[in-house]
Design a protein around this ligand. Structure first.
Ligand SMILES: [Zn+2]
Ligand SMILES: [Zn+2]
Length: 253
C-alpha cells in the first residue's frame, strides 16, 4: 500500500535531483537518493577530497578552527570541504537547496551520508543526544524550514539517539551571521544563543549538527554554552566545512 502511494506520488510529482533539478530516472525513484547519477558521482568525488593539514580524507578529518579548539569541541566531522562560490559543486547546490526547501528526501539523504561520521564520533559513548542551533524565526518562516533541525531530526531517526532542542535563541533582533566579519561573528554568536528552557545536558554526550560550518563561530559558541551547562562532551557534525587550512586563525595569546 505504501509502495503504491509512493508510486502515485512520484507520478504526480516526479522527483527531481536536488542539485541539478533534472528528473530522476525510474531506478532511483524507489531508493532514498536525492541526486541524479551524474550529481551523485560528483558528490562522491567531492567527498574524496583530502585535508591540507592532516592529509586525511575529508570524511575522516578531525581538524577544527582554533576557536572551536578553545571551546573544547570534542571532535569535528564533515563530509566535504566547502568550496566557496563554486556553484557548479554539488555540495553548494545541496546546501542552497535545503536552506530554501523543506525537502525531506534531501535531508534524509544527507543524514544517511552523515551517519558513519556520527558513529565514528560517538563510538563507545552513552547518553548521546543530538541538537542544533535554531535558525531565526524570520528565516524559518520565509523558507519554510530550519535545515539544521531537519538534518538532526532525520539523523535521529536513523541512529536512534534522541534529538532535543537544547539551544534556543535570545530575544531581540540580531544581525545575520553571514553579514559579519569573523571577529564580530563570534561576539554575535555568543549573544544569539542561550540554553533552551528545560534543557538537561548534565553528563550527556551532545552532538551539535549543522549544515555548514564556515568560521566555526556558531559551533564554538554552542559548544561553550553546552559545556558550561554540564555536557560531558560536545561534538560537531556538519555537511560542509571550510577547509581548516584556509580559515585557521593566527595563534592568539
Ligand atoms: Zn543532478
Ligand atoms: Zn584534517
Amino acid at each position: 500500500m505504501k509502495r503504491i502511494g509512493r508510486l502515485l506520488q512520484n507520478l504526480l510529482f516526479p522527483p527531481k535531483c536536488a542539485a541539478c533539478g533534472s528528473l530522476l530516472d525510474w531506478q532511483s525513484l524507489d531508493s532514498h537518493e536525492a541526486l541524479c547519477r551524474d550529481c551523485l558521482r560528483r558528490w562522491e568525488s567531492e567527498k574524496a577530497d583530502t585535508c591540507g593539514i592532516c592529509a586525511a580524507r575529508v570524511t575522516a578529518c578531525n581538524c577544527m578552527t582554533a576557536r572551536m579548539e578553545r571551546a573544547k569541541c570534542a571532535g569535528f566531522r564533515k563530509l566535504v570541504f566547502y568550496r566557496h562560490g563554486k556553484h557548479g559543486h554539488v555540495q553548494n547546490r545541496l546546501i542552497f537547496h535545503i536552506k530554501r526547501n523543506n525537502d525531506r528526501q534531501t535531508s534524509r539523504f544527507l543524514a544517511s551520508e552523515l551517519l558513519p561520521s556520527l558513529r565514528a564520533l560517538t563510538e563507545g559513548k552513552t547518553d548521546v543526544v543530538l541538537t542544533w542551533a535554531p535558525r531565526s524565526r524570520s528565516s524559518t518562516l520565509k523558507h519554510g524550514t530550519d535545515q539544521a533541525r531537519a538534518l538532526a531530526k532525520e539523523l535521529s531517526l536513523l541512529c536512534g539517539f534522541p534529538c532535543e532542542k537544547l539551544i534556543g535563541r535570545t530575544f531581540g533582533k540580531k544581525p545575520e551571521q553571514k553579514a559579519l566579519s569573523t571577529k564580530a561573528r563570534m561576539r554575535n554568536a555568543k549573544s544569539l544563543y542561550r540554553l533552551a528552557p528545560n534543557a538537561d545536558v548534565k553528563g550527556k554526550n551532545v552532538v551539535f549538527v549543522d549544515d555548514i560550518v564556515t568560521t566555526g563561530a556558531t559551533a564554538a559558541a554552542c559548544v561553550q554554552l553546552l559545556r558550561r551547562a554540564g555536557a560531558e562532551n560536545v561534538f560537531c557534525l556538519t555537511v560542509a566545512s571550510n577547509d581548516t587550512n584556509q580559515t585557521r586563525e593566527k595563534p592568539t595569546r
